[in-house]
Design a protein around this ligand. Structure first.
Ligand SMILES: *Cc1c(COP(=O)(O)O)cnc(C)c1O
Length: 231
C-alpha cells in the first residue's frame, strides 16, 4: 500500500474513534512521525494532504527541513524526541513545535534562542504517566511547577502536555495512562493555564488516546511502515 493509502486508513481510524467518543474528528490533529524515513516519503505524504510532521533526531530533522525547503511555508515541523542542551539552538531556529520539554533548563534555552521576530515556539511538557523509571518525561507531581515556569518564558507558548505511555495489550489498559494525562491537563487548566493540546496516541494506541481526549496523535509506523534503525 502507498503512503497515501496508509494515511487514509489512519484518518479513518481517527474518525471512527472520534465518533465512538462523540467527538469531532477535526479536533484531532494528525502528526505524521517521519523519523528514519527519507524526505521523499514526507513529500509523498504532503502530496496526499498531510501538513504536520514529527521528527525525533535533531540532525535528521534539520536535513529534512532543508531538503523540503520549498514546502516550508505549508509544513508544520514538530520536534518530539529527547533534546540535549547542546542541540536546542537548531531546534529553536527551525521547528514550530517541541513536544518533549521535561526540564526547565531546556525550555529556557529554547526561549532564549528563538529568533527575534519569529512567533513563539509552541511547546508541550512531557509527562511520565506510566511510572516507569526508564521513560523520559517529568513526574506527574512535578508537572504543574514545570508547566507554570515554562508558561512564563517569553519565547515559548505552552500549549499542553505530551506522553508516551508504555505499551499495553488491551484498549482498557491503554486508556488508563491517557486518562491520567487528560486529568492532569484539566487540573492545570483549572489552575489558570490556557492549554489546548493533549499530545498522545501512537500507531498502536491511537484509539485509546482519542477516546481519552487526545488533540494531537503522533503516528509513524501506520503511515510510513516499520522503521529500520540499522542503516
Ligand atoms: C516514534 C514516535 C512516535 C510514532 O510511533 P509509531 O508507533 O511508529 O506510530 C510517536 N511519538 C514519539 C515521541 C515517537 O518517538
Amino acid at each position: 500500500m502507498s503512503i497515501a493509502q496508509h494515511l487514509e486508513e489512519v484518518r479513518q481510524r481517527i474518525a471512527q474513534a472520534a465518533e465512538r467518543a462523540s467527538r469531532d474528528a477535526s479536533a484531532v490533529k494528525l502528526l505524521a512521525v517521519s523519523k528514519t524515513f527519507p524526505a521523499d516519503d514526507v513529500r509523498a505524504a504532503f502530496d496526499a494532504g498531510q501538513r504536520a510532521f514529527g521528527e525525533n533526531y535533531v540532525q535528521e530533522g534539520i536535513a529534512k527541513i532543508a531538503a523540503l525547503a520549498d514546502l516550508r511555508g505549508d509544513i508544520e515541523w514538530h520536534f518530539i524526541g529527547p533534546l540535549q542542551s547542546n542541540k536546542t539552538k537548531l531546534v529553536a531556529e527551525q521547528f514550530d513545535w517541541v513536544h518533549s520539554i521535561d526540564r526547565l533548563k531546556i525550555a529556557e534555552r529554547l526561549s532564549a534562542q528563538r529568533p527575534e521576530g519569529a512567533p513563539a515556539l509552541n511547546v508541550c511538557v512531557q509527562v511520565n504517566v506510566s511510572g516507569e523509571a526508564s521513560k523520559s518525561g517529568v513526574e506527574p507531581e512535578e508537572a504543574a511547577a514545570l508547566a507554570h515556569a515554562v508558561a512564563a518564558l517569553p519565547g515559548l507558548r505552552l500549549r499542553g502536555l505530551m506522553a508516551i505511555p508504555e505499551p499495553a495489550g488491551t484498549l482498557d489498559a491503554q486508556r488508563v495512562p491517557h486518562a491520567r494525562l487528560r486529568d492532569l491537563m484539566q487540573t492545570l487548566r483549572a489552575d489558570g493555564l490556557a492549554l489546548d493540546t493533549l499530545s498522545m496516541g501512537m500507531s498502536a494506541d491511537l484509539e485509546a488516546a482519542v477516546l481519552e481526549g487526545a488533540t494531537t496523535v503522533r503516528i509513524g509506523t501506520a503511515i510510513f511502515g516499520a522503521r529500520d534503525y540499522t542503516t
